[in-house]
Design a protein around this ligand. Structure first.
Ligand SMILES: CC(C)(COP(=O)(O)OP(=O)(O)OC[C@H]1O[C@@H](n2cnc3c(N)ncnc32)[C@H](O)[C@@H]1OP(=O)(O)O)[C@@H](O)C(=O)NCCC(=O)NCCS
Length: 195
């Protein structure tokens, strides 16, 4: 192809390059979850159950199981938050749950944060995790532990690091999903008491 022909056929692409980037504001509201959110929470979670190794669950979570978990967490006064779009679409959720049920562990929780696939990489993880940690501190929680898959969850590891979570352990080959062995990285953060 001659240079002139090439330039002629590719002009629209050149023109597009000079356009300002398309900026659609990504707006969200973070609030306490309600029972009405649970079907949407379940949908987000089950997407990762079926398509990723970020959770070691292999079977879709039922609504009954999720309702039980939600009731347990809220009864303990622990935060379960959701992020929603201005039109009311559920974008993601985050909660903490007891690290262990034995009494002496009562100030220690494990956090969970999941954004819908279309809401990742847009900066929502950071304010949602911040809100979760603030609400956890306000609830009297002292220690937060994150158990993160050592493969395919780099964004989560990085996000927790930016909040001051420190790696406290790495368990190799404790999970087996999609025909491969997986480990977990354990991270911990101490919360400052809320004044
Ligand atoms: C993990 C999750 C909550 C992060 O939220 P997010 O808004 O998508 O986060 P971002 O894309 O802004 O990424 C967070 C940070 O990790 C970095 N990051 C993203 N992908 C990365 C990768 N593959 N490797 C290393 N760092 C990565 C980002 O650059 C960002 O760092 P910065 O704040 O210094 O710029 C979200 O991606 C999610 O819900 N993922 C699926 C479910 C999941 O993995 N949950 C956690 C289970 S432990």
């Amino acid at each position: 192809m001659l240079e002139e022909e090439y330039q002629a056929t590719h002009r629209p692409v050149e023109a597009e390059r000079n356009l300002p980037p398309l900026t659609v504001p990504f707006e969200y509201l973070i609030r306490d979850a309600t029972a009405a959110d649970l079907p949407y929470v379940r949908e987000i979670y089950n997407h990762y159950v079926m398509n990723s190794t970020v959770t070691f669950d292999e079977k879709a979570m039922s609504l009954t199981e999720l309702r039980r978990k939600f009731a347990h967490i809220t009864k303990l006064g622990m935060p379960f938050l959701v992020a929603e779009s201005p039109s009311g679409q559920l974008l993601g959720y985050a909660y903490v749950s007891p690290w262990r049920e034995k009494a002496a562990y009562r100030y220690t929780v494990e956090d969970s944060i999941y954004l819908g696939p279309a809401s990742t990489g847009k900066g929502l993880g950071r304010p949602l995790l911040q809100a979760l940690l603030d609400a956890s501190a306000a609830a009297g929680i002292k220690e937060v532990i994150s158990v993160i898959a050592d493969k395919g969850a780099d964004a989560s590891i990085h996000l927790h690091e930016t909040f001051g979570f420190k790696e406290i352990g790495h368990m190799g080959k404790v999970g087996f999903k999609f025909d491969r062995w997986l480990g977990t990285v354990l991270m911990q953060k101490s919360l400052k008491p809320k004044k």
